[in-house]
Design a protein around this ligand. Structure first.
Ligand code: SAM
Length: 224
């Protein structure tokens, strides 16, 4: 079997698996079907691109497991005119999934190398509704706020107040959070009024640490 055929077969199994695991939002499934995950991993990992597992990228980080990307995207309850913020660009894959569903995506990555590579990749693939910033995403991107939804793809100790304050009223923040750096609860925090939020627990997850002013400190992350 050629590599292309092999990937197509893998991709169909991967989409079937997302549906079997409960992903039902048609726009999310369509985005997962169209974004080429193989373009966001190293050449040596192309044959593993449609496995439902996280894969290593540069700087010791990971491209998230596809099921988790789909779950978080669905949890954001997105509409086609939405403006969203992603914290933790990594490879740029989840930003491309978001960009296939909403009008505009802003994404922040703390490692310059990852931010640069993701921006190049997204541009080459034609995702012209994504802007990438290198910086501390725990503080958000106030210039473009308010956002209809924010997703954080790294695990922090708490919910960053700066991010909640950059949501529209009714906006959703999806974030893995909790005191254990190796295991978090996936939370959906809805800003129901200017100073009021509602939090739902969507289950246990495992993410790399969110490092920044309103996340873990660098020394805490190294020490553990
Ligand atoms: N969304 C990514 C993708 O599709 O490839 C996967 C992201 S990876 C699981 C988490 C990313 O969060 C890492 O690239 C890490 O460097 C980044 N990160 C951690 N703390 C951050 C912060 N304060 N601001 C921005 N990025 C951060």
């Amino acid at each position: 079997m050629t590599r292309e055929l092999f990937q197509r077969k893998d991709k169909q199994q991967f989409l079937d698996l997302l549906e079997a695991r409960g992903i039902s939002d048609k726009r999310v499934l369509k985005a997962m079907a169209t974004v080429p995950r193989e373009a966001f991993v190293g050449r040596d990992l192309v044959d593993s691109a449609y496995r439902d597992s996280p894969l290593p990228i540069e700087e010791g980080q990971t491209i998230s497991q596809p099921y988790i990307v789909a779950l978080m995207t669905e949890a954001m309850q997105l509409g086609p005119d939405d403006k969203v913020l992603e914290i933790g660009t990594g490879s740029g894959y989840a930003a491309a999934v978001l960009a296939s569903i909403v009008k505009q995506v802003y994404t922040i990555e703390r490692y310059p190398l990852l931010a640069d590579h993701a921006a190049e990749r997204l541009e080459e693939l034609g995702y012209d509704n994504v802007a990438v910033l290198c910086g501390d995403g725990t503080l958000g991107w106030p210039e473009h706020a308010p956002y209809d939804a924010i997703v954080v793809t790294a695990g922090g100790p708490d919910v960053p107040k700066s991010l909640v304050s950059q949501l529209v009223i009714g906006g959703r923040l999806v974030i893995p959070a909790g005191p254990d750096q190796h295991r978090q609860q996936l939370l959906r925090v809805t800003r129901v009024a200017a100073a009021k939020t509602q939090t739902e627990d969507l289950g246990g997850v495992r993410f790399v640490p969110l490092i920044g002013e309103e996340g873990w400190s660098e020394s805490e992350a190294k020490w553990r």
